[in-house]
Write a protein that binds this ligand. Structure first.
Ligand code: FAD
Length: 460
Protein backbone atom coordinates (compact mmCIF):
# COMPACT_ATOMS: atom_id res chain seq x y z
CA UNK A 1 0.00 0.00 0.00
CA UNK A 2 1.31 3.50 -0.82
CA UNK A 3 2.16 5.90 2.00
CA UNK A 4 -0.33 8.77 2.60
CA UNK A 5 0.83 12.13 1.22
CA UNK A 6 2.51 14.38 3.77
CA UNK A 7 1.54 17.98 4.45
CA UNK A 8 3.40 20.55 6.54
CA UNK A 9 1.14 23.18 8.07
CA UNK A 10 3.17 26.14 9.30
CA UNK A 11 1.49 28.17 12.05
CA UNK A 12 -0.93 26.81 14.68
CA UNK A 13 -3.34 29.75 14.74
CA UNK A 14 -6.94 29.02 13.84
CA UNK A 15 -6.16 29.11 10.08
CA UNK A 16 -3.42 26.48 10.29
CA UNK A 17 -5.28 24.29 12.77
CA UNK A 18 -8.50 24.29 10.72
CA UNK A 19 -6.46 23.30 7.65
CA UNK A 20 -4.66 20.57 9.63
CA UNK A 21 -7.94 19.15 10.98
CA UNK A 22 -9.52 18.98 7.51
CA UNK A 23 -6.38 17.49 5.93
CA UNK A 24 -6.20 14.84 8.67
CA UNK A 25 -9.85 14.02 7.99
CA UNK A 26 -8.94 13.49 4.32
CA UNK A 27 -6.43 10.84 5.38
CA UNK A 28 -3.28 12.89 4.82
CA UNK A 29 -0.32 12.79 7.20
CA UNK A 30 -0.14 16.24 8.76
CA UNK A 31 2.64 17.91 10.73
CA UNK A 32 1.94 21.33 12.27
CA UNK A 33 4.88 23.64 13.10
CA UNK A 34 4.33 26.35 15.72
CA UNK A 35 6.97 28.84 16.82
CA UNK A 36 5.46 29.68 20.21
CA UNK A 37 4.81 27.53 23.26
CA UNK A 38 1.05 27.28 22.67
CA UNK A 39 -1.59 26.82 19.98
CA UNK A 40 -4.30 29.30 18.97
CA UNK A 41 -2.22 32.31 17.85
CA UNK A 42 -4.36 35.40 18.44
CA UNK A 43 -6.97 33.28 20.26
CA UNK A 44 -5.93 33.10 23.92
CA UNK A 45 -8.18 32.54 26.93
CA UNK A 46 -6.91 33.19 30.46
CA UNK A 47 -8.68 31.40 33.33
CA UNK A 48 -7.69 32.47 36.83
CA UNK A 49 -9.37 32.73 40.26
CA UNK A 50 -12.89 32.38 38.86
CA UNK A 51 -12.29 34.93 36.06
CA UNK A 52 -12.27 34.13 32.35
CA UNK A 53 -10.53 36.75 30.23
CA UNK A 54 -9.98 36.73 26.48
CA UNK A 55 -6.61 38.25 25.54
CA UNK A 56 -7.51 38.38 21.84
CA UNK A 57 -10.92 37.79 20.22
CA UNK A 58 -13.87 37.69 22.63
CA UNK A 59 -16.64 36.41 20.40
CA UNK A 60 -17.30 34.99 16.94
CA UNK A 61 -20.00 35.79 14.41
CA UNK A 62 -21.64 32.39 13.97
CA UNK A 63 -22.78 32.67 10.36
CA UNK A 64 -20.17 31.11 8.06
CA UNK A 65 -21.15 27.52 7.08
CA UNK A 66 -17.48 26.46 7.40
CA UNK A 67 -17.37 27.60 11.05
CA UNK A 68 -20.69 25.92 11.88
CA UNK A 69 -19.50 22.69 10.26
CA UNK A 70 -16.19 22.84 12.13
CA UNK A 71 -17.95 23.29 15.49
CA UNK A 72 -20.29 20.39 14.63
CA UNK A 73 -17.50 18.07 13.47
CA UNK A 74 -15.45 18.80 16.60
CA UNK A 75 -18.46 17.88 18.78
CA UNK A 76 -18.41 21.38 20.30
CA UNK A 77 -22.08 22.29 19.80
CA UNK A 78 -23.04 21.44 23.44
CA UNK A 79 -20.30 23.79 24.72
CA UNK A 80 -21.33 26.68 22.49
CA UNK A 81 -22.57 29.84 24.26
CA UNK A 82 -24.76 32.34 22.43
CA UNK A 83 -24.33 35.94 23.55
CA UNK A 84 -26.84 37.35 26.02
CA UNK A 85 -29.72 38.92 24.00
CA UNK A 86 -29.04 42.14 25.96
CA UNK A 87 -25.80 42.37 23.97
CA UNK A 88 -27.79 43.53 20.94
CA UNK A 89 -27.64 46.94 22.61
CA UNK A 90 -24.44 48.82 21.78
CA UNK A 91 -23.17 52.24 22.74
CA UNK A 92 -21.18 55.01 21.05
CA UNK A 93 -19.51 57.82 22.96
CA UNK A 94 -21.18 61.14 22.08
CA UNK A 95 -20.81 64.35 24.03
CA UNK A 96 -18.65 62.53 26.60
CA UNK A 97 -21.10 59.73 27.47
CA UNK A 98 -22.31 56.39 26.15
CA UNK A 99 -25.36 56.84 23.88
CA UNK A 100 -27.26 53.76 22.60
CA UNK A 101 -26.84 52.91 18.90
CA UNK A 102 -30.30 53.30 17.33
CA UNK A 103 -31.81 49.90 16.48
CA UNK A 104 -35.14 50.97 14.92
CA UNK A 105 -36.24 53.70 12.47
CA UNK A 106 -37.89 55.61 15.34
CA UNK A 107 -34.74 55.43 17.47
CA UNK A 108 -32.66 56.55 14.46
CA UNK A 109 -34.80 59.65 13.98
CA UNK A 110 -34.52 60.46 17.71
CA UNK A 111 -30.82 59.70 18.27
CA UNK A 112 -28.51 62.59 19.20
CA UNK A 113 -25.67 60.80 17.35
CA UNK A 114 -26.60 62.27 13.96
CA UNK A 115 -27.99 65.60 12.78
CA UNK A 116 -30.91 66.22 10.41
CA UNK A 117 -28.72 66.22 7.27
CA UNK A 118 -27.35 62.74 8.04
CA UNK A 119 -30.81 61.43 8.88
CA UNK A 120 -32.14 62.76 5.59
CA UNK A 121 -29.17 61.32 3.67
CA UNK A 122 -30.32 57.80 4.63
CA UNK A 123 -33.45 58.34 2.53
CA UNK A 124 -31.84 60.17 -0.39
CA UNK A 125 -29.06 57.54 -0.59
CA UNK A 126 -31.67 54.98 -1.61
CA UNK A 127 -32.05 56.87 -4.89
CA UNK A 128 -28.33 56.66 -5.83
CA UNK A 129 -27.75 55.26 -9.33
CA UNK A 130 -25.25 52.42 -9.96
CA UNK A 131 -21.76 53.69 -10.72
CA UNK A 132 -18.79 51.80 -11.94
CA UNK A 133 -15.66 52.91 -10.17
CA UNK A 134 -12.38 51.77 -11.53
CA UNK A 135 -10.19 53.10 -8.73
CA UNK A 136 -10.34 51.83 -5.17
CA UNK A 137 -11.20 54.34 -2.43
CA UNK A 138 -11.11 54.52 1.34
CA UNK A 139 -14.07 53.45 3.43
CA UNK A 140 -14.41 56.97 4.84
CA UNK A 141 -14.48 58.45 1.33
CA UNK A 142 -17.16 55.99 0.21
CA UNK A 143 -19.43 56.64 3.20
CA UNK A 144 -18.90 60.42 2.97
CA UNK A 145 -19.86 60.42 -0.70
CA UNK A 146 -23.07 58.46 -0.01
CA UNK A 147 -24.08 59.95 3.35
CA UNK A 148 -22.20 62.54 5.43
CA UNK A 149 -19.05 63.25 7.43
CA UNK A 150 -21.08 62.82 10.64
CA UNK A 151 -21.86 59.23 9.69
CA UNK A 152 -18.13 58.65 9.16
CA UNK A 153 -17.33 60.27 12.54
CA UNK A 154 -19.99 58.63 14.69
CA UNK A 155 -20.65 55.28 12.98
CA UNK A 156 -17.81 54.21 10.67
CA UNK A 157 -14.83 55.51 12.67
CA UNK A 158 -15.82 53.81 15.98
CA UNK A 159 -16.81 50.60 14.18
CA UNK A 160 -13.44 50.44 12.43
CA UNK A 161 -11.68 51.14 15.73
CA UNK A 162 -13.59 48.15 17.16
CA UNK A 163 -12.95 45.70 14.33
CA UNK A 164 -9.58 46.69 12.84
CA UNK A 165 -8.20 49.08 15.47
CA UNK A 166 -7.91 50.92 12.17
CA UNK A 167 -8.40 54.21 10.36
CA UNK A 168 -11.33 54.38 7.89
CA UNK A 169 -9.50 57.08 5.90
CA UNK A 170 -6.87 54.47 5.01
CA UNK A 171 -8.76 51.16 4.71
CA UNK A 172 -9.55 49.99 1.20
CA UNK A 173 -13.21 49.41 0.33
CA UNK A 174 -12.26 46.90 -2.33
CA UNK A 175 -10.14 44.73 -0.04
CA UNK A 176 -11.53 45.30 3.47
CA UNK A 177 -15.23 45.70 2.53
CA UNK A 178 -15.74 43.88 -0.77
CA UNK A 179 -19.51 43.59 -0.18
CA UNK A 180 -19.82 47.42 -0.14
CA UNK A 181 -17.69 47.68 -3.29
CA UNK A 182 -20.02 45.18 -4.97
CA UNK A 183 -23.17 46.86 -3.59
CA UNK A 184 -22.19 50.18 -5.15
CA UNK A 185 -21.32 48.62 -8.48
CA UNK A 186 -24.54 46.64 -8.78
CA UNK A 187 -27.08 48.90 -7.03
CA UNK A 188 -25.57 52.35 -6.74
CA UNK A 189 -27.12 52.72 -3.31
CA UNK A 190 -25.21 50.95 -0.54
CA UNK A 191 -28.43 50.58 1.42
CA UNK A 192 -30.31 48.99 -1.48
CA UNK A 193 -27.31 46.72 -2.08
CA UNK A 194 -27.31 45.58 1.54
CA UNK A 195 -31.09 45.01 1.51
CA UNK A 196 -30.76 42.96 -1.69
CA UNK A 197 -27.96 40.87 -0.13
CA UNK A 198 -30.15 40.19 2.94
CA UNK A 199 -33.06 39.20 0.66
CA UNK A 200 -30.82 36.83 -1.33
CA UNK A 201 -29.63 35.22 1.92
CA UNK A 202 -33.23 34.68 3.00
CA UNK A 203 -34.07 33.13 -0.38
CA UNK A 204 -31.19 30.66 0.17
CA UNK A 205 -32.84 29.65 3.43
CA UNK A 206 -30.27 31.48 5.59
CA UNK A 207 -31.15 34.00 8.27
CA UNK A 208 -31.20 37.48 6.76
CA UNK A 209 -30.27 39.24 10.03
CA UNK A 210 -26.80 39.51 11.55
CA UNK A 211 -25.27 36.19 12.62
CA UNK A 212 -25.42 35.50 16.37
CA UNK A 213 -22.31 36.08 18.45
CA UNK A 214 -20.92 32.99 20.14
CA UNK A 215 -18.14 31.69 22.36
CA UNK A 216 -17.66 28.53 24.43
CA UNK A 217 -18.16 27.85 28.11
CA UNK A 218 -14.37 27.57 28.47
CA UNK A 219 -13.67 30.58 26.24
CA UNK A 220 -12.50 30.70 22.62
CA UNK A 221 -9.32 28.73 23.39
CA UNK A 222 -11.66 25.71 23.38
CA UNK A 223 -11.65 25.80 19.58
CA UNK A 224 -7.89 25.41 18.91
CA UNK A 225 -7.45 23.09 21.90
CA UNK A 226 -10.20 20.74 20.69
CA UNK A 227 -8.71 20.61 17.19
CA UNK A 228 -5.31 19.63 18.60
CA UNK A 229 -6.91 16.94 20.78
CA UNK A 230 -8.40 15.38 17.63
CA UNK A 231 -5.16 15.33 15.66
CA UNK A 232 -2.87 12.30 16.09
CA UNK A 233 -0.49 12.55 19.09
CA UNK A 234 2.68 14.44 18.19
CA UNK A 235 1.11 16.08 15.10
CA UNK A 236 1.80 19.55 16.50
CA UNK A 237 5.38 20.60 17.23
CA UNK A 238 5.54 23.61 19.59
CA UNK A 239 8.59 25.85 20.03
CA UNK A 240 9.44 25.04 16.44
CA UNK A 241 10.11 27.95 14.10
CA UNK A 242 10.22 27.29 10.38
CA UNK A 243 13.00 29.31 8.76
CA UNK A 244 13.48 28.06 5.21
CA UNK A 245 11.56 26.31 2.47
CA UNK A 246 13.47 24.63 -0.30
CA UNK A 247 10.86 24.09 -3.00
CA UNK A 248 10.98 20.91 -5.04
CA UNK A 249 9.31 17.55 -5.28
CA UNK A 250 9.07 16.92 -2.41
CA UNK A 251 9.55 20.29 -0.69
CA UNK A 252 12.15 20.52 2.05
CA UNK A 253 11.52 22.54 5.20
CA UNK A 254 14.19 23.71 7.63
CA UNK A 255 13.21 24.59 11.19
CA UNK A 256 14.69 25.22 14.59
CA UNK A 257 13.41 22.74 17.16
CA UNK A 258 12.60 23.32 20.84
CA UNK A 259 16.25 22.65 21.77
CA UNK A 260 17.48 25.28 19.27
CA UNK A 261 18.77 22.60 16.87
CA UNK A 262 18.31 23.06 13.12
CA UNK A 263 16.29 20.18 11.60
CA UNK A 264 14.81 19.48 8.20
CA UNK A 265 12.17 17.26 6.62
CA UNK A 266 10.41 16.57 3.34
CA UNK A 267 6.73 17.12 2.58
CA UNK A 268 4.56 16.73 -0.51
CA UNK A 269 2.61 19.93 0.12
CA UNK A 270 2.95 22.96 2.39
CA UNK A 271 0.32 25.22 3.94
CA UNK A 272 1.62 28.59 5.15
CA UNK A 273 -0.71 30.05 7.79
CA UNK A 274 1.52 32.77 9.21
CA UNK A 275 1.21 36.49 9.96
CA UNK A 276 2.76 38.92 7.46
CA UNK A 277 5.92 39.60 9.49
CA UNK A 278 6.69 35.86 9.74
CA UNK A 279 6.03 35.34 6.01
CA UNK A 280 8.38 38.23 5.25
CA UNK A 281 11.20 36.53 7.20
CA UNK A 282 10.90 33.14 5.46
CA UNK A 283 13.77 32.29 3.14
CA UNK A 284 13.22 30.22 0.02
CA UNK A 285 15.79 28.03 -1.69
CA UNK A 286 19.45 27.74 -0.77
CA UNK A 287 20.46 31.34 -1.55
CA UNK A 288 18.49 32.97 1.27
CA UNK A 289 15.94 34.73 -0.96
CA UNK A 290 12.94 36.28 0.79
CA UNK A 291 10.22 36.53 -1.88
CA UNK A 292 7.62 37.68 0.69
CA UNK A 293 9.85 40.37 2.26
CA UNK A 294 7.59 43.17 0.96
CA UNK A 295 4.75 41.93 3.23
CA UNK A 296 6.65 43.53 6.11
CA UNK A 297 5.28 46.86 4.83
CA UNK A 298 1.71 45.84 5.74
CA UNK A 299 0.70 48.11 8.59
CA UNK A 300 -0.18 46.33 11.89
CA UNK A 301 -0.92 48.84 14.69
CA UNK A 302 -0.23 47.78 18.28
CA UNK A 303 -3.19 47.18 20.60
CA UNK A 304 -3.42 46.63 24.34
CA UNK A 305 -6.37 44.68 25.66
CA UNK A 306 -7.03 45.07 29.38
CA UNK A 307 -9.44 42.76 31.14
CA UNK A 308 -10.57 44.53 34.30
CA UNK A 309 -12.57 42.86 37.08
CA UNK A 310 -14.57 44.93 39.58
CA UNK A 311 -16.96 44.26 42.42
CA UNK A 312 -20.43 44.95 40.97
CA UNK A 313 -20.96 47.97 43.23
CA UNK A 314 -17.79 49.62 41.86
CA UNK A 315 -19.40 50.13 38.41
CA UNK A 316 -22.44 52.41 38.25
CA UNK A 317 -23.40 51.67 34.62
CA UNK A 318 -26.05 48.92 34.25
CA UNK A 319 -23.71 47.25 31.64
CA UNK A 320 -26.86 46.35 29.74
CA UNK A 321 -25.30 45.69 26.37
CA UNK A 322 -22.34 44.53 24.30
CA UNK A 323 -20.21 47.53 25.22
CA UNK A 324 -19.33 50.86 23.69
CA UNK A 325 -16.95 52.33 21.14
CA UNK A 326 -15.29 55.74 21.09
CA UNK A 327 -15.17 57.86 17.91
CA UNK A 328 -11.80 59.61 17.40
CA UNK A 329 -13.58 62.97 17.31
CA UNK A 330 -14.52 62.49 21.00
CA UNK A 331 -10.82 62.46 22.02
CA UNK A 332 -11.00 59.57 24.50
CA UNK A 333 -8.09 57.36 25.59
CA UNK A 334 -9.85 54.04 24.97
CA UNK A 335 -10.91 52.64 21.60
CA UNK A 336 -13.77 50.80 23.24
CA UNK A 337 -15.01 48.93 26.30
CA UNK A 338 -16.65 45.50 26.09
CA UNK A 339 -19.08 44.47 28.82
CA UNK A 340 -17.53 40.99 28.88
CA UNK A 341 -19.47 39.56 31.83
CA UNK A 342 -22.77 40.67 30.25
CA UNK A 343 -21.87 39.08 26.94
CA UNK A 344 -21.35 35.52 28.23
CA UNK A 345 -21.89 33.84 31.59
CA UNK A 346 -18.95 32.56 33.63
CA UNK A 347 -16.62 35.46 32.89
CA UNK A 348 -16.57 36.90 36.45
CA UNK A 349 -17.06 35.43 39.93
CA UNK A 350 -20.42 35.95 41.68
CA UNK A 351 -21.00 39.60 42.64
CA UNK A 352 -18.38 40.87 40.17
CA UNK A 353 -18.27 42.22 36.61
CA UNK A 354 -15.60 42.04 33.91
CA UNK A 355 -14.83 44.70 31.29
CA UNK A 356 -12.40 44.44 28.37
CA UNK A 357 -10.82 47.74 27.38
CA UNK A 358 -8.97 48.22 24.08
CA UNK A 359 -6.39 50.97 23.67
CA UNK A 360 -3.91 51.96 20.96
CA UNK A 361 -4.57 51.01 17.34
CA UNK A 362 -3.94 53.35 14.42
CA UNK A 363 -5.41 56.19 16.45
CA UNK A 364 -3.11 56.21 19.49
CA UNK A 365 -0.41 53.54 19.00
CA UNK A 366 1.59 55.03 21.91
CA UNK A 367 -1.20 54.09 24.36
CA UNK A 368 -0.89 50.41 23.48
CA UNK A 369 2.79 50.42 24.47
CA UNK A 370 2.27 51.77 28.01
CA UNK A 371 3.12 49.54 30.96
CA UNK A 372 0.09 48.35 32.95
CA UNK A 373 0.15 51.00 35.75
CA UNK A 374 0.55 53.87 33.25
CA UNK A 375 -2.14 52.45 30.98
CA UNK A 376 -4.55 52.09 33.91
CA UNK A 377 -3.86 55.69 34.86
CA UNK A 378 -4.33 56.85 31.26
CA UNK A 379 -7.74 55.17 30.83
CA UNK A 380 -8.95 55.97 34.36
CA UNK A 381 -10.89 59.08 33.28
CA UNK A 382 -12.74 57.12 30.55
CA UNK A 383 -13.64 54.33 32.97
CA UNK A 384 -15.01 56.86 35.47
CA UNK A 385 -16.91 58.98 32.95
CA UNK A 386 -18.22 56.29 30.60
CA UNK A 387 -19.16 53.43 32.94
CA UNK A 388 -18.94 55.07 36.36
CA UNK A 389 -16.10 52.82 37.58
CA UNK A 390 -14.72 53.76 40.98
CA UNK A 391 -11.67 52.48 42.84
CA UNK A 392 -9.01 50.10 41.58
CA UNK A 393 -10.06 46.97 39.67
CA UNK A 394 -9.76 43.79 41.76
CA UNK A 395 -8.48 41.74 38.79
CA UNK A 396 -6.31 42.94 35.89
CA UNK A 397 -5.02 41.07 32.85
CA UNK A 398 -3.07 43.14 30.36
CA UNK A 399 -2.33 41.66 26.92
CA UNK A 400 -0.10 43.61 24.55
CA UNK A 401 -0.33 42.85 20.82
CA UNK A 402 2.64 44.60 19.14
CA UNK A 403 1.29 43.75 15.66
CA UNK A 404 -2.41 43.26 16.30
CA UNK A 405 -4.31 43.26 13.01
CA UNK A 406 -3.19 43.64 9.38
CA UNK A 407 -4.66 46.77 7.82
CA UNK A 408 -6.07 46.13 4.35
CA UNK A 409 -5.20 49.64 3.22
CA UNK A 410 -5.37 51.27 -0.22
CA UNK A 411 -2.90 49.51 -2.50
CA UNK A 412 -3.29 46.14 -0.74
CA UNK A 413 -3.57 44.41 -4.13
CA UNK A 414 0.23 44.56 -4.45
CA UNK A 415 0.52 42.33 -1.35
CA UNK A 416 -2.16 39.95 -2.63
CA UNK A 417 -0.29 39.71 -5.95
CA UNK A 418 2.97 38.89 -4.13
CA UNK A 419 1.24 36.00 -2.35
CA UNK A 420 -0.38 34.73 -5.56
CA UNK A 421 2.97 34.90 -7.40
CA UNK A 422 4.60 32.74 -4.73
CA UNK A 423 1.87 30.09 -5.00
CA UNK A 424 2.10 30.11 -8.78
CA UNK A 425 5.87 29.70 -8.67
CA UNK A 426 5.79 26.63 -6.41
CA UNK A 427 3.41 23.78 -7.06
CA UNK A 428 1.99 22.31 -3.86
CA UNK A 429 2.54 25.42 -1.74
CA UNK A 430 -0.49 27.31 -0.39
CA UNK A 431 -0.79 30.44 1.70
CA UNK A 432 -3.67 32.05 3.60
CA UNK A 433 -5.15 33.38 6.81
CA UNK A 434 -5.57 36.85 8.27
CA UNK A 435 -3.08 38.41 5.84
CA UNK A 436 -5.01 37.29 2.77
CA UNK A 437 -8.53 36.04 3.49
CA UNK A 438 -10.04 38.49 6.00
CA UNK A 439 -9.18 39.25 9.59
CA UNK A 440 -12.03 37.71 11.59
CA UNK A 441 -11.80 34.25 13.12
CA UNK A 442 -14.64 32.98 10.85
CA UNK A 443 -12.70 34.35 7.82
CA UNK A 444 -9.64 32.44 9.03
CA UNK A 445 -11.67 29.24 9.50
CA UNK A 446 -12.92 29.64 5.91
CA UNK A 447 -9.30 30.16 4.84
CA UNK A 448 -8.30 26.94 6.63
CA UNK A 449 -10.97 25.04 4.67
CA UNK A 450 -9.86 26.58 1.38
CA UNK A 451 -6.21 25.75 2.07
CA UNK A 452 -7.00 22.16 3.08
CA UNK A 453 -9.03 21.65 -0.06
CA UNK A 454 -6.26 23.03 -2.29
CA UNK A 455 -3.49 21.13 -0.47
CA UNK A 456 -5.58 17.94 -0.42
CA UNK A 457 -6.21 18.07 -4.18
CA UNK A 458 -2.53 18.82 -4.89
CA UNK A 459 -1.42 15.89 -2.73
CA UNK A 460 -3.80 13.34 -4.30
C1 FAD B 1 -6.76 41.93 20.29
C2 FAD B 1 -7.47 41.21 19.18
C3 FAD B 1 -8.87 41.12 19.21
C4 FAD B 1 -9.54 40.45 18.20
N1 FAD B 1 -10.91 40.32 18.27
C5 FAD B 1 -11.58 39.56 17.37
C6 FAD B 1 -12.95 39.23 17.56
O1 FAD B 1 -13.58 39.66 18.56
N2 FAD B 1 -13.56 38.41 16.65
C7 FAD B 1 -12.89 37.90 15.56
O2 FAD B 1 -13.49 37.17 14.77
N3 FAD B 1 -11.56 38.17 15.36
C8 FAD B 1 -10.89 38.97 16.24
N4 FAD B 1 -9.55 39.20 16.09
C9 FAD B 1 -8.84 38.72 14.87
C10 FAD B 1 -8.51 37.22 14.88
O3 FAD B 1 -8.31 36.78 16.20
C11 FAD B 1 -7.26 36.91 14.05
O4 FAD B 1 -7.26 37.58 12.81
C12 FAD B 1 -7.12 35.40 13.79
O5 FAD B 1 -7.22 34.67 15.00
C13 FAD B 1 -5.80 35.11 13.06
O6 FAD B 1 -5.64 33.73 12.89
P1 FAD B 1 -4.43 33.12 12.02
O7 FAD B 1 -4.39 31.67 12.28
O8 FAD B 1 -4.57 33.55 10.58
O9 FAD B 1 -3.12 33.85 12.56
P2 FAD B 1 -2.44 33.79 14.01
O10 FAD B 1 -3.47 33.61 15.05
O11 FAD B 1 -1.56 34.97 14.08
O12 FAD B 1 -1.57 32.45 13.98
C14 FAD B 1 -0.32 32.36 13.32
C15 FAD B 1 0.58 31.42 14.11
O13 FAD B 1 1.83 31.27 13.40
C16 FAD B 1 2.87 31.16 14.39
N5 FAD B 1 4.18 31.45 13.75
C17 FAD B 1 4.71 32.65 13.43
N6 FAD B 1 5.90 32.49 12.82
C18 FAD B 1 6.15 31.16 12.74
C19 FAD B 1 7.21 30.35 12.19
N7 FAD B 1 8.28 30.91 11.58
N8 FAD B 1 7.10 28.99 12.29
C20 FAD B 1 6.04 28.41 12.89
N9 FAD B 1 5.02 29.13 13.42
C21 FAD B 1 5.05 30.48 13.33
C22 FAD B 1 2.46 32.17 15.43
O14 FAD B 1 3.12 31.93 16.67
C23 FAD B 1 0.95 31.95 15.50
O15 FAD B 1 0.59 30.99 16.47
C24 FAD B 1 -8.82 39.87 17.11
C25 FAD B 1 -7.42 39.96 17.08
C26 FAD B 1 -6.74 40.61 18.11
C27 FAD B 1 -5.23 40.67 18.09
Amino acid sequence: MSQPATVAVIGAGITGLTAAFRLHQRGLQVKVFERSTRVGGAIRTIREDGWLAEAGPSSLMFGAPELKQLVRDLGLEPRLLTANPAAKKRFIVCGGKFVPVPMSPGAFLATPLFGARTKLSIFTELLTRPRVRTADLSLAELVRSHFSQTLVDYAVDPLIAGIYAGDPEKLSVRHAFPSLWEAERSHGSLLRGMLAAAKAKKARGESSGPAPLVSFAGGLQTLPDTIVAQLPPGAVALNTAVETIIPGRPHRIVWQDAAGQRQSGEFDTIVLALPASALAQLTFGTLGERPLASLDAIHHPPVSSLFLGYRREQVAHPLDGFGGLAPGIEHRDVLGILFSSTLFPGRAPEGHVGLTVFAGGMRQPEHARLATPQLLERIGRDLRELVGASGAPVFVKHSFWPKAIPQYQLGYESHLETMTRLEQAHRGLFLGGQVRDGISVPDCVKAGHRLAQAAGVAAS
